[in-house]
Design a protein around this ligand. Structure first.
Ligand code: NAP
Length: 503
């Protein structure tokens, strides 16, 4: 088995070790990193939560998670048995700080065993109201270390508005340095999202076209077929703006909109992303009226099954004002993008689960072909599909084979499945490895998070202070409220989707 010897001995402390995120994502990611030889030679994973469990029971619990959710299928017996020797459990109730003593003793014991170079990574996979408690306990028990020996990974949501995000940043930076803080946005770890950087900055043909002169508009669309399911309680306090746009969609927008970094340094890349957020046009009341749309789903039929409307989901108020859909037109006020709209939409219970970025280029300056041969004329489009299909397709006009000159759009496709045979790692594998190697490129810096909140606060405040009178306003299994179609149609465009069942 190959081992990255450059990785320091690592103690991974997972708060929320019995929770959904750990069982679905973190434990399978750590196991797959181990199976692929990407874990350090010496490592310990310490799961913590309030539940009383011994090591064996905890190992059994996470085995269930791995067997159900790992991208590589069920754990391989031999590998699992070796991996699991490194997995431990200590009960901790973070609202009873004394219970931290057991954890501290365990960390100290592993540090003694592994040597003084050992790094500790605290992963906060718990409800956000526990983040400050955990950070304070880490500090009180003198477990915060320094940049070389300790990191803290914070799950989303990072704050629920600008003030709470600032407050959390202030607390964290009073205990840790910015270099120790890893604010995770798992979207950034996705293979296709990382490939946006490669595609934009490792190919020379794009840059001359990547601006307001040649681009007509940009769409970023992240749609989900699922409803809120059993996460209604959480979602009621969030909504589509907070849950998706403030983080994932704005980060995608930054990757498309950013200037070329001078190198691949984490801070240089994050500086360029923050520049985009800072250049985004602020929303006044009139912009909110004209450039934003909110929606909430009502009941409908999905794949032959009747599904409830949002207000009938568990944990949701019968008169809820929470949006399950949001569409916004943004502008980036700088030389590159002045006047070019970025349409962004996301929602639950929509017709299709997909994440697509569409860059539509301007039309040719003059049509030389007679209209009879250009019936299917379409402006060039570059479509970056993040999921379910992982591909980049360039739609160009081509001549249909035959004696007549007839043009139609054709796709030049780079798809992962057809191009590479190796498995694609899960986003969490990439990000956990980055946390171990100390690479912050794919993690959010304090000013990134705050700038994103700052941009959205006028919309959040307006939507919260004025209840929607039209909710619910779209049917499950549709493409969202009609107003979202109107938002883009007013400018002469329509939302782009990929046909289903492309496999
Ligand atoms: P969850 O299933 O409710 O798990 C919460 C975990 O926290 C459990 O292990 C729970 O165990 C532990 N816990 C609760 N109170 C505690 C306390 N006082 N002291 C110590 N441990 C305590 O939640 P989740 O879905 O895993 O989500 C965790 C975090 O990740 C949240 O911030 C969420 O927003 C974020 N996130 C989750 C997902 C996902 O797919 N689930 C995706 C992205 C982000 P005990 O009850 O035994 O203490």
């Amino acid at each position: 088995m190959k081992t990255l010897i450059s990785l320091k001995s690592t103690i991974f402390v997972i708060f929320g070790g019995t929770g959904d995120l750990n069982l679905r994502k973190l434990a399978p990611a750590l196991y797959n990193l181990y199976a692929d030889g990407y874990m350090p030679e010496k490592f310990a994973i310490i799961g913590t939560a309030r539940k009383e469990l011994d090591d064996q029971k905890y190992r059994d619990l996470i085995l269930e998670g791995v067997n159900s959710f790992s991208r590589t299928g069920k754990a391989v017996k031999e590998k699992w048995s070796k991996f699991t020797d490194n997995v431990h459990y200590t009960p901790v109730d973070v609202s009873a700080p004394k219970t931290f003593e057991g954890l501290r003793d365990k960390i100290e014991a592993f540090k003694t065993e592994f040597g003084k170079d050992t790094q500790v990574i605290y992963y906060l996979a718990v409800a956000p109201d526990l983040f400050p408690l955990i950070a304070k306990c880490i500090s009180d028990y003198k477990l915060a270390g320094d940049e070389d020996t300790c990191r803290i990974v914070i799950e989303k949501p990072f704050g629920r508005d600008l003030d709470t995000a600032r407050e959390l940043n202030q607390l964290l930076t009073s205990i840790f340095t910015e270099k120790q803080i890893y604010r995770i946005d798992h979207y950034l770890g996705k293979e296709t999202v990382q490939n946006i950087m490669a595609f934009r900055f490792a190919n020379s043909f794009l840059e001359p076209l990547w601006n307001r002169t040649y681009i007509d508009h940009i769409q970023i669309s992240v749609t989900e077929q699922l409803g809120v399911g059993d996460r209604g309680g959480y979602y009621e306090g969030a909504g589509a703006l907070r849950d998706m746009i403030q983080n994932h969609l704005l980060q995608l927008l930054c990757l498309i909109g950013m200037e070329t970094p001078i190198n691949f340094d984490a801070d240089e890349i994050r500086n360029k992303k923050v520049d985009v957020l800072k250049a985004m046009r602020a929303f006044g009341p009139e912009d909110i009226r004209l450039s934003t749309v909110r929606g909430q789903y009502t009941k409908g039929w999905v794949e032959g099954k009747e599904v409830p409307g949002y207000r009938h989901e568990t944990g949701v108020a019968p008169d809820s004002n929470t949006e399950t859909f949001a569409a916004i037109k943004f502008f980036v006020d700088n030389w590159r993008w002045q006047g070019i709209p970025f349409y962004v939409r996301t929602g639950k219970r929509l017709f299709q689960t997909s994440s697509l970025i569409t860059i539509q280029f301007k039309d040719v300056p003059h049509h030389i072909f007679p209209s009879a041969v250009t019936e299917h004329w379409q402006q060039n489009r570059l479509i970056i599909s993040i999921q379910p299909e992982m591909s980049i397709r360039l739609q160009v006009q081509g001549k249909r084979p035959g004696l007549d000159m007839v043009l139609n759009p054709v796709d030049m496709v780079f798809d992962y499945k057809g191009t590479y045979t190796s498995d694609t790692p899960e986003a969490y594998e990439t990000l956990l490895l980055d946390a171990m190697t100390g690479d912050q490129t794919q993690f959010m810096r304090a000013d990134q998070v705050e700038s994103a909140w700052e941009l959205l606060m006028p919309v959040i405040n307006a939507w919260e202070s004025k209840k929607s009178i039209s909710f619910p306003n779209y049917t499950a299994d549709s493409w969202g409220p009609e107003d979202a179609e109107a938002l883009i149609a007013r400018d002469g465009f329509h939302w782009f989707t990929l046909p289903l069942n492309k496999d």
